[in-house]
Design a protein around this ligand. Structure first.
Ligand code: UDP
Length: 365
């Protein structure tokens, strides 16, 4: 008899959803996390009355009714709409690419037809089906916007040239011919009031959790439960025996300022290469914190990932996808071990995708 029905490795959204759904079915569960906190990268910490997104800004959005209903069991979400600003040298633009952006880029643009005329003309240089991010971007919005708002930002973000990156990354952003600065096309969008940590705490209510517990360095954990749900990095699980997958890490520099409103927006992107950070996040704007004379801002610097750093992004180019596929073949042969989440599946998932996957796993398991 094993002590637990399930050991869940990682308390991010994949692990927390599985823990919640499987415990409701009467399973005995242990959740472990190598960090000193639950929530994985959605973890928020209240500092000076402001919920700080400690591992990068997270804005929840989905078009899936079931996922939206599910998260609303654990938190009330506000009606935050992400509308980032992009600063390129001394110019300010609205994102995502929409009529506000187009009319500022091209002075003779007033209507969607005007914008389309420019884009159609500029995209002529791409003759075939776009095969990398550069070609994809130019064929979506033309070279002028590509050069001001995409090229340098993307190259800082990924540490690779745009013509070496997969096209799908840029398709995450909508291109819209209306004067609408909403970054997401989804039906639902919001931030859990009171922070993500509270939401994950509610998901894990009544479930045993051990923090500061690293699955990789304690092999005895493998035998503690009948089944394992593993949300860590798939290459690490197999001791990198097929080689190392590539990730992108981030460095965050936080500042508490004695000003009420520093940048007037939650997210400001810096799209030129002479500014080394990609964006500044001003956390109080996510939850409309009022009557607080202070603010907290975070500068976000993308960096090359090296072993034992935090993994934030998977790098889903052809080479890494091929290696990930080989790891997934090994994973499918692991008896009673299920892999999930961004790192377990090596996919650039959004939060709602992660929850959807976890729900599916718990239905099938
Ligand atoms: N991107 C860009 N300019 C911007 C914002 C985003 O070129 O001002 C590109 C960049 O390649 C980035 C991708 O769009 O990696 C996806 O951006 P998103 O905001 O979805 O990324 P995340 O929030 O996951 O870092």
């Amino acid at each position: 008899m094993k002590k637990y029905d399930y050991l869940i490795v990682g308390s991010g959204l994949f692990g927390a959803t599985c823990a919640n759904l499987l415990s409701k079915k009467g399973n005995k569960i242990l959740v472990i996390d190598k960090r000193n906190n639950i929530g994985g990268n959605v973890y928020t910490e209240n500092i000076e009355g402001i919920n700080v997104h400690k591992y990068g800004a997270h804005i929840f959005h989905t078009s899936d009714d079931k996922v939206w209903e599910y998260v609303n069991n654990f938190a009330k979400l506000n009606r935050f709409t992400n509308s980032p600003i992009a600063i390129y040298k001394d110019e300010v633009y609205n994102l995502p690419f929409n009529m506000n952006t187009f009319s500022k880029i091209w002075k003779d643009v007033f209507t969607p037809a005007d914008a389309l005329r420019h884009i159609e003309e500029e995209k002529q240089e791409i003759k075939k089906e776009p095969k990398n991010l550069e070609e994809q971007a130019i064929s979506l919005v033309g070279r002028t916007i590509y050069e001001k708002l995409i090229k340098e930002y993307t190259e800082k973000q990924w540490g690779k040239k745009c013509n070496e990156l997969p096209a799908f990354i840029i398709k995450r952003l909508p291109v819209r011919f209306t004067y609408d600065n909403n970054y997401f096309d989804d039906k639902y969008q919001g931030i859990p009031i009171g922070g993500y940590t509270k939401m994950v705490e509610n998901m894990l209510e009544g479930i045993e959790i051990k923090l500061n517990t690293d699955f990789s360095s304690d092999k005895s954990l493998k035998n503690i439960a009948n089944k394992i749900i593993y949300t860590g990095a798939i290459d690490e699980y197999f001791d990198y025996k097929l080689g190392e997958l590539e990730y992108r890490t981030l460095k965050f520099e936080n500042k508490i300022l004695d000003v009420e409103n520093y940048q007037g927006n939650a997210v400001v992107n810096f799209t030129s290469s002479n500014v080394k950070y990609t964006r500044i996040i001003e956390h109080k704007h996510f939850e409309n914190v009022e009557n607080n004379p202070k603010t907290i801002i975070t500068y976000e610097y993308p960096l090359k990932y090296q072993k034992n750093m935090e993994r934030y992004y998977t790098v889903n180019d052809e080479k890494n996808n091929l290696l990930a596929k080989q790891y997934k073949e090994l994973a499918s042969k692991e008896k009673n071990v299920y892999f999930g989440g961004r790192l377990g599946n090596y996919k650039y998932y959004d939060m709602d995708d992660v929850i959807k996957e976890a729900m599916l796993l718990c239905e099938n398991i």
